[in-house]
Each structure stands twice: as structure tokens, then as C-alpha cells.
Design a binder for this molecule. Structure first.
Ligand code: GAR
Length: 193
């Protein structure tokens, strides 16, 4: 039996696509759900085109009621019964209650070399800091934002003349290699343990 992976997105979903497309053949997992908090997320159509079940839980009607939003997300997850949750450009902060429920089974990709540059605008901040190296990290999600144990990183050199946009493009290409590799290793470990 394959493990089941739910992928949470908010936008274009390029990482979701590379994860979903990696889960074929002898991969120990298969995608069971792509869930977006944003009804207009381009990734939803890309998932549908791949025949992956999708769900949208729009966060906006919930206002500041994060727990209310998350209970709807949890209900969709309960129906899909994933073994692993992958956050892939999911831009909502999760409450400790939700994180506790998934801790040890929830991965995130972050566009920086954690613990550097937690939070937003990582590419601009790497440039402002004069970093010689930049990159991306896949980590386990814990209640503290972008703070959980790092499972893998990919590095790029910052070049003279780089802008946040040129860095973002080179880091994204690394994300697309890193996240599927980390997910595969994580799923293999889970299956044999
Ligand atoms: C990716 O660069 C991902 O690392 C970042 O959002 C982008 C989503 O792109 N995530 C975060 O900043 C999380 N804090 P995608 O929708 O094309 O995968």
C-alpha cells in the first residue's frame, strides 16, 4: 500500500507539481489531495489536470478565526486520510493546535537557508544582508514559524547584480529538485519504520 500525501498550496503550485509528478513508479507515496486556501490559486487547476482530488477552503470568510479555518482544512484532510502533509507555498500561519495534530508528518519548503531569513521576503533579505550564499530548506513543521528540524537544503551562490527576482528564480529551480528528493526519503523512512 502506498502512503498518501496531501499537498497544501496558496499559489501557482510549481512545487506541488514537482512533488505530484515525482510520486510514480516505485515511489512509496501517491498524492491524495491538493488543498488551497485561495480559490484562485493556479495550482488547483494543475492538480485537477493531473487527476488529483482538490479542495478549496477560502480563509477570508473566517477573518481572524484561524481555528475555524483550520477545522475546515482538517475536515477535508480527514476525508482524504493522508499519511504525510506537504506545505508547498502555503501562505497561512498554522496554529499550534493544528501543528500538534500533524507534527512529525508535516513538511514545509522555505526559500532560504534556515535558520537564516525565516518569514517573508527572503530573497530581498538575503541581498540586504550581503549573503554570499542563499538557497532553500525543507523542514518538519513545528509550532514556531519556519523553525522545525531541517531535513534538507540546497544552496546557490549569490552573484553580483542579482535581484530578488533572479535569486527567486534560481532558488525555485533548486526547490524543485530538493523537495521531491526529501519527500521520497521521508516516505521511504516512514514506510520501513
Ligand atoms: C516557493 O518559493 C516556496 O518556497 C515559497 O513560496 C513559493 C511557492 O511557489 N514558500 C514560502 O515562502 C513559505 N513561507 P509555488 O506555488 O510555485 O510552489
Amino acid at each position: 500500500m502506498s502512503l498518501k500525501v496531501a499537498i497544501l498550496i496558496s499559489g501557482g503550485g510549481s512545487n506541488m507539481v514537482t512533488l505530484a509528478d515525482s510520486m510514480t513508479g516505485d515511489h512509496p507515496a501517491r498524492p491524495c489531495l491538493v488543498l488551497s486556501n485561495n480559490p484562485d490559486a493556479g495550482g488547483v487547476k494543475k492538480a485537477q489536470a493531473r487527476g488529483i482530488p482538490t479542495a478549496v477552503v477560502d480563509h477570508r470568510p473566517f477573518g481572524t478565526d484561524r481555528a475555524g479555518f483550520e477545522s475546515q482544512v482538517q475536515a477535508a484532510l480527514d476525508r482524504a486520510a493522508p499519511d504525510i502533509l506537504c506545505l508547498a507555498g502555503f501562505m497561512r500561519v498554522l496554529t499550534p493546535g493544528f501543528v500538534d495534530r500533524w507534527q512529525g508528518r508535516m513538511l514545509n519548503i522555505h526559500p532560504s537557508l534556515l535558520p537564516r531569513h525565516k518569514g517573508l521576503h527572503t530573497h530581498a533579505r538575503a541581498l540586504e544582508a550581503g549573503d554570499a550564499e542563499h538557497g532553500c530548506s525543507v523542514h518538519l513543521v513545528t509550532p514556531e514559524l519556519d523553525d522545525g528540524p531541517v531535513l534538507g537544503q540546497a544552496r546557490i551562490a549569490v552573484r553580483a547584480g542579482d535581484t530578488p527576482e533572479t535569486l527567486a528564480a534560481r532558488v525555485l529551480a533548486e526547490e524543485h529538485r530538493l523537495y521531491p528528493a526529501v519527500l521520497r526519503a521521508f516516505a521511504e523512512d516512514m514506510k520501513t519504520s
